[in-house]
Design a binder for this molecule. Structure first.
Ligand code: FES
Length: 158
């Protein structure tokens, strides 16, 4: 992400340290993650210790310090999903994508995350890709779900 753009975002909040969370959110929205250089600039321009800005960026789960894939696959490992085979679903995604939870594929198409309860316990084991629900997942359906989003697809079969 261009650091001039980061500066513009900071300026739009008048470099107010009270707005640091909103500034980080806007940077992430545009860059898809929080680049290290952007965090450094935020600390410098807001006159905050670097450690404070990094603490904010790591405390809130909404922030990512690594580039995320175009599609975010969230596999729920909350209690209900765990009991109904969530770990097996996660393993199937890991095997199929060749990455571990917390990583992104080299082509930048997918990120894989293990999550706590996503609020759809009745649909366990539950998986969410971007904003799309995939209910009562089975390992057999994992390649099919990946295919829906691969090669520029949007998960709607397009
Ligand atoms: S435990 Fe998975 S959605 Fe609630």
């Amino acid at each position: 992400m261009n650091l001039d753009r980061v500066s513009e975002i900071i300026d739009s909040y008048e470099a107010d340290p009270a707005c640091s969370l909103a500034i980080l959110q806007e940077i992430q929205q545009e860059a898809n993650y929080l680049p290290k250089e952007a965090l450094e600039l935020v600390a410098q321009r807001l006159n905050l210790p670097r450690g404070h800005v990094y603490a904010l960026a790591t405390f809130y789960r909404t922030f990512n310090l690594k580039p995320m894939g175009k599609h975010r696959i969230k596999v729920c490992l909350g209690t209900a999903c765990h009991v109904h085979g969530g770990p097996v679903i996660l393993e199937a995604f890991e095997r199929q994508l060749g990455i571990k939870a917390g990583e992104s594929t080299r082509d930048g198409n997918f990120s894989l995350e293990a999550c706590s309860c996503l609020g759809a316990c009745a649909q366990a084991p539950f998986v969410q890709v971007d904003n799309d629900p995939h209910n009562q997942m089975t390992p057999v359906r994992v390649p099919e779900v990946i295919q829906l989003y691969a090669a520029g697809g949007n998960g709607k079969g397009a």
